[in-house]
Design a protein. Structure first.
Length: 264
C-alpha cells in the first residue's frame, strides 16, 4: 500500500497555487513553439553515476534532450541516486540511522545528481524542484523541470510516474539494461526479453523479482501501480543507447519494453 504522505504533494491549496504562479513568472521567456508531447524521463542513477558521475553520458543525454526540446518536445527529468546513494544509505544505517533518515540522505544525493543534469541542459529550470504541482507552469514557460527524490520511502521512478500521471504525460525509464527481462540479463544469459508487457504482467514480474534476494528491479511496485491505475504510456529503455532513445520518442523503431493495457 502506498504511503498516505505521498499524496500530500497534491494538496490543492492557495499557497501552492501562488507558488506555481510565481514559478511561471520567474522563468525566462523562450521562443513560441508548438509542443509535440510531454515526456517524463526517469534517469536511473545506476546509468549516470558509477564510481563517479559519468560526465560524458550526462552531457550526451542532455544534448539529445536539448535537440528534441528545440523541436517542440516537452520534458520533465527525474534523476536517481545510483551506487553513491546506496553507499550513503548503507553507511547511515550502519551508524544507527532510521530508515526515514537513511532515505532522507539518499534523497539529498539524488538532488545533487539532479543539479548536475541541470548544468547540462540548455533550458532547465535553475533549481531542483520538490513540488510536483510546479511542473506544469514551468513547462508552459518553456523550461525543463528537473527533480530528484521527494519523500522517504518513495523511489525516483515512483516520483516520475506520479509526475507523468499528473501531467497526463508519457513515462520513459532510462536504465542500464535494454528493458524488462524475466531475470537479470547481466547474470543470466538465458533471461527472456519482453518487448511488450501489460500493466498486470509487469506488476506480476516485479512482485516475483522483489521476492528474490539481491534482485535489482527495473521499476518498483509503487511506480508500476501508478502507471497501471492511470494507464500511463510507458517505455523502459537502455540509456546507454541514446539514438535508440530518440527513435522511441519520435515513433521510430527501437529496442525496449513498451507497457500496454493488454498484450496481443
Amino acid at each position: 500500500m502506498l504511503d498516505e504522505g505521498l499524496f500530500k504533494i497534491f494538496e490543492d491549496n492557495e499557497e501552492s497555487a501562488e507558488e506555481t504562479s510565481t514559478a511561471s513568472n520567474m522563468a525566462e521567456p523562450v521562443e513560441s513553439i508548438t509542443f509535440a508531447k510531454t515526456i517524463v524521463v526517469s534517469v536511473g542513477g545506476s546509468l549516470i553515476i558509477k564510481e563517479k558521475p559519468d560526465a560524458a553520458l550526462i552531457g550526451k543525454l542532455a544534448e539529445k534532450i536539448n535537440s528534441l526540446h528545440k523541436r517542440g518536445y516537452r520534458f520533465v527529468i527525474v534523476v536517481g541516486g545510483g551506487r553513491v546513494c546506496r553507499n550513503y544509505i548503507a553507511v547511515a544505517k550502519a551508524l544507527g540511522a532510521s530508515n526515514f533518515i537513511a532515505d532522507s540522505i539518499g534523497i539529498a544525493v539524488t538532488r545533487i545528481n539532479a543539479m548536475l543534469m541541470i548544468q547540462a541542459l540548455d533550458n532547465a529550470y535553475p533549481e531542483v524542484l520538490t513540488d510536483v504541482l510546479k511542473a506544469k507552469a514551468i513547462l508552459d514557460s518553456g523550461k525543463i523541470p528537473v527533480y530528484g527524490g521527494l519523500l522517504p520511502g518513495i523511489t525516483t521512478d515512483c516520483v516520475a510516474a506520479l509526475i507523468a500521471e499528473y501531467l497526463n504525460a508519457e513515462f520513459i525509464n532510462l536504465t542500464d539494461v535494454d528493458g524488462v527481462y524475466s531475470a537479470d540479463p547481466k547474470t543470466n544469459p538465458n533471461a527472456k526479453f519482453y518487448p511488450e508487457l501489460s500493466y498486470d504482467r509487469l506488476l506480476a514480474l516485479m512482485k516475483l523479482a522483489e521476492s528474490k534476494p539481491g534482485q535489482n528491479l527495473v521499476l518498483d511496485l509503487p511506480a508500476c501501480l501508478i502507471l497501471k491505475r492511470s494507464k500511463v504510456p510507458a517505455l523502459i529503455l537502455n540509456g546507454n543507447d541514446l539514438d535508440n532513445f530518440v527513435a522511441a520518442i519520435e515513433g521510430g523503431e527501437f529496442r525496449g519494453t513498451r507497457i500496454i493495457e493488454r498484450e496481443e
